[in-house]
Design a protein around this ligand. Structure first.
Ligand SMILES: Cc1cc2nc3c(=O)[nH]c(=O)nc-3n(C[C@H](O)[C@H](O)[C@H](O)COP(=O)(O)OP(=O)(O)OC[C@H]3O[C@@H](n4cnc5c(N)ncnc54)[C@H](O)[C@@H]3O)c2cc1C
Length: 550
């Protein structure tokens, strides 16, 4: 496929002053352009990549695909777009999703105000002018009233803290920034470091091509079979009877997706036989339903242990070598408290004779050498090294923006003990700055297309409200932000999530404050809260008319 389905982006000159700057041109940034234009704002976009797509531009490793069903992982703002776009698979590939994003960008003419191949290097609030001053690595300086950070939650890939990468003479790649030119795998000795979602998606495909695949696993992860295939025509027909209503209904669910097989009861409320049957149904169905099929799996340790034991048994039944199966069985943290993965043939891959699993808790990696990976046990020669080592999630992309708000306060200082944000939408002390899927919103715990649309709708309505009332400065109140942070922490503490050493709490980045970064009370409750706040005249926000220099 030609990446640019029709219109390759033309490099545009950065304007000096606009109403809004949008950072990022993934799903969130593009929708922000569409909505801001709709209220008559002039907009400039800045995107580090040479094209639209965000996540789906960068993550082009073998096996990359969504793990929310495509019928739900889709924009819903245009009924015509919903009606006309057809997904070929239940879980679309990265390429198909990228094609879709390009289609949307073409169809709504969303590229025309975006400076591609350009990175925001600083954003400073100019108090006197009541404007944000945005600097880029191309030397542009753009002033704007509103700054929209649509930089993504998983857009800053991280390398592991292993010495010696610079000595390595073979090729190394990262799943989160996979090269555009072909990566030769056939006949190579390939090693993957990392067994999170990207590792689990890519390992089965790498194994099929590589001469030999060595998987370095620090933490075994829970994964359930995706059962991908063509979109089920009956289910699709049912969804399409009123697709817009289907999407609206997703905003009234905990995870932003329909609960198709959830029982709505506690795992402890049913007999063993019924529980087992329900787990089997979820395992056979795909999606994250094993986590939600009973309503207390992520809260009740007993219920959680039952779901965990079910997966452990599945792993034992799939993996032929009992010793390898035991190494693949996740231990030491509750089921689902590290991001659950969806796979196609992951555990069975370890039955292949060309695949080797190295437990780097037992034999840690000492360093990367000139020719491979040295553990405390031996050296593994490698031609291609794949780092599937995740992201500096949620706060990383925001903190690299070098944001300075009112009084010159830097966001990095404000967040040194963890991210504080009102609703994940706005940050006290940083007027007229909005974040899409910011920390303390449901973000990565829900289907992110509805959360993106919800956030952008809310932000743009808030800006529109300010304009209608003659205000030009909006900021979150410190007290409201504190209360929200308390609420986010209180709800997280009612679950088992904080017990997992996950990227949800920053555990994968040395030195990162351990704070549960997402609102876990459910997307439905979150949406209701945001609506309540807007309907009450934006409780917890301060609006003022500072005087515009426009
Ligand atoms: C492999 C993978 C699979 C996923 N699958 C799912 C799924 O199935 N379901 C789901 O709900 N979510 C999934 N996600 C999460 C996914 O990130 C979101 O669904 C969604 O694509 C996020 O869109 P976004 O526009 O908010 O952010 P992104 O798509 O991350 O876009 C952010 C953009 O901001 C740009 N940017 C960042 N910093 C700067 C800067 N300083 N200057 C200029 N530009 C900058 C980046 O280059 C990037 O293009 C997945 C994520 C990954 C990595």
């Amino acid at each position: 496929m030609n990446l640019h389905e029709s219109t390759p982006p033309v490099r545009i000159a950065a304007p000096t002053l606009v109403d809004a700057v949008v950072i990022g041109a993934g799903f969130a940034g593009l929708y922000a352009h569409y909505k801001l234009r709709g209220i008559g704002c002039t907009v400039f976009g800045v995107e580090a990549a040479p094209e639209v797509g965000g996540t789906w531009f960068w993550n082009r490793y073998p096996g990359a695909r969504c793990d929310v069903e495509s019928l739900d992982y889709t924009y819903s703002f245009s009924p015509e777009l919903l009606d006309q776009w057809r997904w070929s698979e239940r879980f679309a590939t990265q390429l198909e999703i990228l094609r879709y994003i390009n289609h949307v960008a073409d169809r709504f003419d969303l590229r025309r105000d975006i400076g591609f191949d350009t990175r925001v290097t600083a954003a400073t609030f100019d108090e006197a002018a009541n404007q944000w001053v945005v600097d880029t690595d191309r030397g542009d300086t753009v002033r704007c009233r509103y700054l929209i950070a649509a930089v993504g939650c998983l857009s800053l890939p991280k390398l592991p803290e292993i010495a010696g990468i610079e000595d390595y003479e073979g090729r190394w790649v990262q799943t989160g920034a996979w090269p555009h030119e072909p990566v030769e795998i056939a006949g190579k000795r390939v090693a993957v470091i990392g067994t999170g979602s990207s590792g689990i998606q890519s390992i089965p495909l790498l194994a099929q091509e590589a001469a030999h695949l060595t998987v370095f696993q620090r933490t075994a992860n829970y994964s359930v079979p995706a059962h991908n295939g063509p979109v089920d025509p009956d289910y699709e027909a049912q969804v399409r009877t009123d697709y817009s209503a289907h999407c609206q209904a997703n905003r009234k669910t905990k995870g932003g997706v329909p609960s198709r097989i959830d029982s709505g009861v506690s795992a402890m409320a049913v007999c063993d036989q019924e529980r087992q049957a329900k787990y089997e149904q979820a395992w056979g169905f795909g999606t994250f339903s094993l986590q939600s099929v009973f309503n207390d799996t992520t809260r009740n340790p007993e219920a959680n242990a039952l779901a965990a034991a079910f997966v452990h048994d599945k792993i034992r039944s799939i993996v032929n070598d009992p010793e390898i199966a035991e190494r693949l069985i996740p231990r030491g943290y509750p089921f689902g408290t590290k991001r659950l993965c969806l796979d196609t043939g992951y555990y069975a891959t370890f039955n292949r004779s060309n695949v080797e699993l190295v437990d780097i808790r037992a034999t840690p990696i000492e360093r990367i050498t000139r020719t491979g990976v040295q553990t405390t046990d031996r050296e593994y020669p490698v031609d291609l090294l794949v780092f599937a080592t995740g992201f500096d999630a949620m706060t990383g992309p925001l903190l690299t923006l070098n944001i300075r708000g009112a009084g010159g306060q830097s966001l990095n200082d404000a967040w040194k003990d963890g991210p504080f944000s009102y609703l994940g939408l706005a940050i006290a002390g940083f007027p007229n700055l909005f974040t899409v899927n910011g920390p303390s919103s449901p973000s990565v715990l829900a289907n992110m297309l509805p959360t993106i649309e919800h956030h952008v709708d809310w932000i743009v309505e808030c800006i529109s409200y300010a304009k209608r009332k003659g205000f030009d400065r909006v900021e979150a109140d410190e007290g409201a932000q504190k209360e929200w942070a308390h609420e986010v922490a209180r709800i997280a503490a009612m679950t088992l999530y904080p017990q997992g050493n996950s990227w949800y709490i920053g555990a994968n980045v040395p030195g990162k404050p351990r704070v549960f970064m997402a609102y876990i009370g459910g997307f439905d409750r979150y949406v209701a809260r945001c609506e309540e706040i807007a309907d009450s005249g934006y409780t917890g926000f301060r609006f003022s008319a500072v005087g515009s220099t426009e």
